[in-house]
Design a protein around this ligand. Sequence first.
Ligand code: NI
Length: 389
Amino acid sequence: MELIPALQKNRTRLATWRHDLHAHPELAFEERRTADLVASILTLAGIEVHRGLAETGVVGVLKAGTSPRAIGLRADMDALPLHEQNTFPHRSQHEGLMHACGHDGHTVMLLGAAEYLAETRNFDGTIYFVFQPAEETIGGARVMIEQGLLEQFPMEQVFGMHNWPGLPAGQFAVHSGPVMACADQFDIVVRGHGAHAAMPHQGRDPVLAGATLIQALQSVVSRNVDPLDSVVLSITRFQAGEAYNIIPDEVRIGGTLRAFRNDLRDAAESHMERICNGIGAAHGLQISLDYRRGYPPTVNTADEAEICRRIATNLVGESNVRSNLNPSMGAEDFAYFLHERPGCYVWIGNGMDEGGCMLHNPHYDFNDDILALGASYWARLAEHLLEPI
Ligand code: NI
């Protein structure tokens, strides 16, 4: 493995930063302590720091040479509302909050690279280090972009990285094209007419219509989507009445839809609409659908994916860079950056052993052994993209 020696030597320090962040997790747009730490490390390294985008966002600006080329490297900083069940010394000190997605590690890998690049300045151009809040559910990336990130820091390409449990430590996965799905949500209200449960003919039963609707919605994917395309429609909420002897007035149904392409989302929504109307008509009641688009699909551009694959290969060898791994139906707000600029979001293996349990699990932990590797990847990627001509 060809890690950058200075970063490899620095790994204990990187782990100390990581443990500190892990012990002090903060939720979306509340990453104040985290942002303070990020800003102070960048400042100490001699990197210009900008704060305030999306409340707690931090952008470090590092220039070398005279080239107008500019790239963005992004890490996410937020934690999850989860009760940590680990017992190691760096477990969460904030009850009910936990870094269960490894954003503590992502932040530290980028900080390690920033510090190294500030010291060596072996590149020609501008690097924007983007530390974004609120990746989980709220979309801090979108907010940063809406507030002018790309105008204020005009990067030509943008790159992201996420740890991936189950992928061995020392490996990367690079996808050309889709890597993560969209995450849309929907709410459905079935409005019937309540009645005594012993006299259902006097009402319009939304429970029966709701149950029929849930089954019918499964045909959206199985009968309307090309079997070679990937779409998931999951119903996760079904809220009806509370009594044993009352048919309620209405039923509420909710769930999520995942897909890798926008045309598939559009088609799924219109099939859902049709089915809701049809089941409503069949049962003589009203069914309304509120379909909301969440994070778009995360789709890497081919040229940038190829560059990332080469950088990873130089670090860990060809056999440790997976380009054939299936994308995930999970979602990621890095998608918003890729909507605006070419770029690539890679997975770095978090390992299979202890701590290798899946993301968002109360036993999860980021693997300290990959901090220097991730930081080396960032540094080599930046040096390659901004190679002096
Ligand atoms: Ni994450």
